[in-house]
Design a protein. Structure first.
Length: 257
């Protein structure tokens, strides 16, 4: 048996044995659907802007029209791409564990909503979501579908502006999302990191926290990360290729439409 096949078999066994799984996903999973990460160069009009300089409160206060147009463009891109086999496999695995009276907590650093579109439920969105916006005065949240985007920036009904419910650089992560994440890590017996570089805190330390709590650990990523050498099992490759192979070994139907 080749090393790759042996690792897939071992991964499937680890997942099958686990009663409480935590999966953390990063930008690499969405990149497989065609969404550029912050580290990737953009094309066209937005290529001249540095995303890390636009995704801040300072940038929004300085030029709310520019930042609103940029996030409208990012939403449009997220809307026009499709969840990939990795997204669907995670959703299927979550439902499989739920049906077995076990648990799978999905934590994502992504804001695009592709996991939900692929069937995942109760997703812990560490960095917020582009699909909900809030008033800068009252904090009242509004679904993106209720906003017209017929002017930039978007005025709120209470005299403020509407901004995406995304954690910008310099902002703290949602307290509830952090609480749920740390609770899940304390209770899980398997932690799987998928498509994340393992360099953005505090999520980068999640796998260490789970390991310290006694959980087995697994990584699925195209490239090595700072965690590759410390996990119990590291699988190199795209999640859209690796995860369906694991599902096949588990006897779980491929959920792709």
């Amino acid at each position: 048996m080749s090393e790759d096949r042996a690792n897939l078999t071992r991964a499937a066994q680890m997942i099958d044995d686990a009663r409480s799984i935590v999966i953390l996903t990063g930008a690499g999973v969405s990149a497989e659907s065609g969404l550029a990460t912050f580290r990737d160069p953009e094309e066209g009009h937005w290529s001249k802007y540095d995303p890390m300089e636009l995704a801040t409160v300072h940038a929004f206060n300085k030029d709310p029209e520019l930042v609103t147009r940029w996030y409208h463009w990012r939403f449009t891109r997220a809307r026009d791409v499709q969840p990939n086999p990795g997204h669907y496999a995670i959703g299927a695995l979550q439902h499989h564990k739920s049906n077995a009276n076990q648990s799978l907590t999905l934590i994502t650093q992504n804001v695009d909503g592709l996991h939900q579109r692929a069937g995942a439920t109760d997703v812990v969105e560490l960095h917020g979501t582009i699909h909900t916006w809030r008033c800068t005065v009252t904090g009242k949240e509004t679904p993106l579908s209720h906003l017209s985007f017929d002017q930039f920036p978007i005025p709120s009904a209470d005299g403020g502006l509407m901004r995406p419910c995304i954690v910008w650089f310099g902002e703290t992560l949602p307290e509830r999302a952090l609480e749920r994440s740390f609770t899940a890590m304390a209770e899980c017996d398997l932690f799987i990191s998928i498509g994340t570089s393992g360099t953005v805190e505090p999520a980068a330390s999640f796998i260490l926290a789970a390991k310290e709590n006694g959980a087995k650990t697994m990584e699925i990523n195209r490239d090595p990360t700072p965690n590759t050498g410390i996990v119990d099992l590291a699988l190199k490759g795209a999640s859209g290729k690796v995860l369906p192979q694991i599902l096949d070994k588990l006897g779980i139907d491929n959920p792709m439409p």
